[in-house]
Ligand binder design. Sequence first.
Ligand code: SF4
Length: 373
Amino acid sequence: MPRAFEFSAALLAWFERHGRHDLPWQHEPTPYRIWVSEIMLQQTQVETVMPYFARFIGHFPTIAALAAAPLDQVLHLWSGLGYYARARNLHRAAHRVIDRHGGVLPDAVETLQTLPGIGRSTAGAIVALAFGRRAVILDGNVKRVLARCHALDDPPTIAAGERRLWQLAEQYTPQQRVAAYTQAIMDLGATVCTRERPACDRCPLAAACVAQRQRRATDYPRRRPARGQPVRTARWLLIVRADGEVLLERRPPTGLWGGLWCLPECALDEDPREFARSRLGIDIDLGDELPRISHRFTHFRLEATPLRCAPSGGARRLMASGDRLWYNVARPAAIGIATPVSQLLKNPAVFHQPVMSVANDPDRGVKTHGPTG
Ligand code: SF4
């Protein structure tokens, strides 16, 4: 086991030569920019985050600007980045910073953790990177480096494993140069000690790394035994008007794709015409099914079957609702749309095939599937 000083000294020396010093949020590392970048970097790689960060900061250069923006605009700029709870929490937290902290992001780990979406590690990263004060982080990259260096047998996903990792992270974080150290250990995890192919021959910690000595780096961090991923099914009603506009519904603010716009969704064994009549207040003609869309979430896989439909009358009534709109693909509104839905709407076939009315054809039911599609 390396001594704490040797560990941080080796990392800092490596960082001088090989670390990342030119990331957009490093140019002007204000607390707000660091905060936004840290939230975007949760579960997302730097290369993916960079254009989103530039656009987001371009639209919302300050906490006040973010708090003043409608949630729809925030979700719109987040569209494609995934894990939308992050955007909703960022927006809520901006409101709270304005209301309770005079518009200034707090500089203490404990206070930062009271804001929506900021956990212990993110709070530590903000304090270390933006305020330059000693604070400890433990994101996915750091967990991997530490779990390998010590060949920890407990997975990080169980309490004992996480506790041990926090102890190690605390032990190795130096008193001086904490911002550089924090960036260094994140960079090492992202660029050298990678999940699939760690480059141990280029690693400054190789001499002390137990997993490397055992030639078992990729066995760590330990994982819980895999369980089959559950599958949820749904039918998406792709209701397209004669003018080509498609009906979207806003999801409830919490839960799956909270606050984002999606197609109306019913169960596979539900009658879509009845659903449209009772839930949406319109009659529809049914068209054909489009290929099933499979989308992975952290804890399950969604399999959605789009069904093309057309309103058979009274569609204008729907415009009254604030949570429903007719979406024009040629002149898209600035709203956040769930990624699989926006991808589906890019398919011209969705709009160019006429829907033949089958509403009165008793032999033409809608195909249904079992629980796994
Ligand atoms: S020696 Fe290999 S496994 Fe160990 S920390 Fe470095 S890259 Fe990771």
